[in-house]
Design a protein around this ligand. Structure first.
Ligand code: C2O
Ligand code: CU
Ligand code: CU
Length: 495
């Protein structure tokens, strides 16, 4: 029997057993997952056509932020906070070397600033929260895109509000192209699918539940998937090779992305663009803020076949395992349906060697730094209050680290608590060198250059870091948006 059409009931039950929940699957068990929210994913009755994202160019682009309504599928309209009335936010596509001249006009009832996640513009263009503008004001971005071809994204960076803004719709995809990547003649046009994956809370009638008081320890975990703003999306495909450019734009949920037909996923790139080589994997863990550039091969499928992309059940070692205090990550979820329509001939090949690594070399390291992912506790109740870095909560005016421009450093990030943290660094990309504890390895999807790295409980991850784009004030933070909003963020001054 299948739940939601693709992930088997057995797999769900295995997932629950792994989470210490025994083998009963019912509302009351789910109820423990959601403290202030007891939503259960509805059985999928209708898959809704995936919204096709057509690209806009960022030269002289105005993005107007305003409250609006949007069609989220199921015949339902939802209230959303939108840029140019679009959910997700407009898909920006730019060639390396071109200008981003974007004017943000804020008509929302809260301050707003946009951050171009993965790009490395000068400080004033990077969306530091101190730059947020009030309703009725605007902010002008003007910089040249110097970054390699890759899948990037942009979103609100208003302090204490990033989670709410992203959930309500202020987040979009941004793709950079360059000549080096164009040589590979990867699938394009209809066969290149930008896909913004997010989870949201949906009630039993298919309506999005407004964002309020999420559990800031776990972050906001939704019960249903959205692809490009559409609840339970579906897409018609040919028997061809496709390129999916996937962003996990969720507030907190980690996806274990897999096909339900047992076929491999060919991972060609991640945060920083193409990796050195293609890796064929059964699944990819993709945490909030991370991107996966994958080839999906439907050439031996038959017209009429339905293939599902889902998030498989997984268990996080040293996560909170007490039965009354459950770790809600790792619960399986259907993500998307692919319906095979036309038989076509597609002789494109899957490249093996991709792009040589050009990032920092640990052999050049001149300094080490350590960051401990900690949490403070209430003195009386001893319960955890908020996540921190080096026992600090973000403060606008405090410089937490000064890093010399151009120096290669080794950064060790040690997760001392029982929650997973996708750690994100602005203004550069880094190399994941090693991981001790937990999974004890650099995962196959962590090659190349990254800007976000998932650190599970008790893991210690070493990175090679070097800032070569611009000096200035930038950020290191957790991309679990509720963690970030409650201050799991530091000011990094590149000097
Ligand atoms: Cu995607 Cu500082 O964020
Ligand atoms: Cu960023
Ligand atoms: Cu975190």
């Amino acid at each position: 029997m299948k739940i939601n059409g693709g992930i088997s009931r057995r797999e769900v039950l295995q997932g629950l057993t792994a989470l210490g929940l025994g083998s009963t699957l019912n509302q009351s068990v789910y109820g423990q997952f959601f403290d202030k929210w007891s939503g259960v994913a509805r059985p999928v009755e209708t898959w809704n056509p995936l919204r096709h994202l057509s690209a806009v160019r960022p030269d002289k682009l105005t993005l107007r932020a305003a409250v609006g309504t949007t069609d989220v599928g199921n015949g339902e309209k939802g209230t959303a906070w939108l840029l140019n009335q679009s959910l997700p936010s407009p898909f920006i596509r730019v060639h390396r070397g071109e200008k981003m001249r974007v004017k943000l006009e804020n008509e929302l009832p809260e301050p707003l600033i946009l951050h171009w996640h993965g790009l490395t513009p000068p400080e004033a263009m990077d969306g530091h929260p101190r730059l947020a503008v009030y309703k009725g004001s605007s902010y002008q971005y003007d910089f040249t895109v110097e970054n390699a071809a890759s899948t990037y994204w942009y979103h609100s960076h208003t302090h204490h509000r990033v989670g709410k803004h992203a959930y309500f719709g202020v987040a979009g995809m941004l793709i950079v192209d360059d000549e080096e990547e164009e040589k590979f003649r990867l699938p394009s046009g209809k066969r290149e699918v930008p896909l913004v994956l997010q989870d949201r809370r949906v009630d039993s009638s298919g309506v999005i539940v407004p964002y309020e008081n999420p559990d800031t320890m776990e972050g906001l975990i939704g019960n249903e998937p959205f692809g490009n703003g559409v609840n339970y999306p579906t897409l018609d495909v040919d028997t061809a090779l496709y390129r999916f450019r996937i962003l996990n734009g969720s507030n907190a949920r980690i996806f274990r992305l897999a096909r339900d037909d047992g076929k491999k996923i060919y991972l060609i790139g991640n945060d920083g663009g193409l990796m050195e080589r293609t890796v064929a994997v059964d699944y990819i863990d993709i945490a909030p803020g991370e991107r996966s550039d994958v080839l999906l091969d439907f050439r031996d499928a038959r017209p009429g076949d339905k293939i599902h992309l889902g998030s498989r059940a997984f268990f996080i070692k040293d996560g909170l395992a007490k039965p009354d205090d459950l770790n809600r990550q790792g619960y399986p979820m259907e993500l998307m349906e692919l319906v095979v329509k036309n038989r076509v001939r597609d002789r494109r090949f899957i490249p093996d060697i991709l792009r040589p690594y050009k990032g920092p070399d640990p052999a050049d390291a001149v300094r080490e730094r350590t960051f401990r992912l900690t949490s403070n506790r209430d003195r009386d109740t001893r319960t955890m209050m908020r996540h921190q870095i080096n026992n600090k909560t973000f403060r606008f005016g405090r410089i937490d680290e000064e890093v010399p421009f151009g120096d290669t450093e080794i950064w060790t990030i040690i997760n001392e608590n029982n929650f997973s943290h996708p750690m994100h660094l602005h203004a550069t990309h880094f190399r994941v060198l090693s991981r001790r504890g937990g999974r004890n390895q650099v995962m196959p999807w962590e090659g190349g250059l990254k800007d976000t790295v998932l650190i599970h409980p008790k893991e210690e991850v070493r990175l090679a870091v070097r800032f070569t784009a611009h000096p200035g004030l930038f950020l290191l933070h957790c991309h679990n948006l509720e963690h970030e909003d409650t201050g799991m963020m530091l000011n990094i001054l590149v000097v």
